[in-house]
Design a protein around this ligand. Structure first.
Ligand SMILES: [Fe+2]
Length: 211
């Protein structure tokens, strides 16, 4: 067959497409992490996407506000819609609203929600507003700031933790060091939202290997 320029271009496009598909097939699943001891025993009635306010109270949670912009995809990069996303975290003083967090001298914050149950949208996205969690001590080591997640996809539940970039304790945290790959559980700094300029913003993509 006579190989024309058109054939070469078409072949190149096909090869590029195949290469892109191969790359998309190799998205690395987000690492799992320990559930930890502080998943709420009783989920609070207020579990919306604004953790800085508690329904029925006029106060605002203490701490540095943050927005987390998340996205859940499968290993091909396809969005996972309507995944259930549970998040829980300590407050800006390092304390969990959990009866098991006993040895911690830090104060509870009555205006901090501490837990949310969200759903990803049709693009696999979810978003919440919170305060930056503080590092805290445990009997086996100091924890770097993190937010806990339990994500129910369509075929998989992922229990993991999301970390913040550039934290000094990230290099020594005894759970983060087990993440594989470590980078999969560290969020990226994002541009602050125009309507919420005082809040730091972070972007995190979760890859559910089985969807
Ligand atoms: Fe924790």
């Amino acid at each position: 067959m006579l190989i024309t320029r058109r054939h070469l271009v078409a072949g190149g496009v096909a090869a590029a497409g195949a290469a892109a598909a191969a790359r998309a097939d190799t998205l690395v699943p987000t690492s799992s992490q320990d559930l930890g001891p502080f998943y709420p025993i009783v989920r609070p009635p207020d579990h919306d996407a604004d953790l800085t306010r508690v329904k029925g109270r006029s106060g605002v949670a203490t701490g540095q506000p943050i927005n987390v912009l998340g996205r859940i995809v499968d290993r091909h990069g396809n969005p996972i819609r309507n995944a259930q996303v549970d998040i829980w975290q300590c407050n800006a003083a390092g304390r969990y609203a959990h009866p098991g967090d006993t040895g911690n001298p830090a104060a509870l914050d009555p205006n901090f929600q501490g837990f949310a149950r969200l759903a990803s949208d049709r693009d696999g996205r979810f978003k919440f507003r919170s305060v930056k969690p503080k590092e805290y001590d445990t009997p086996i080591g100091r924890r770097t700031p993190h937010i806990h997640y339990s994500i129910d996809g369509h075929s998989e539940r992922l229990v993991t933790q999301m970390y913040f970039p550039g934290e000094p304790l990230n290099d020594i945290d005894f759970l983060l060091k087990n993440a594989n790959p470590k980078q999969s559980v560290i969020a990226e700094v994002a541009e602050r939202l125009s309507g919420d300029p005082q809040a730091l913003a972070y972007r995190w993509t979760v890859v559910l290997g089985l969807g």
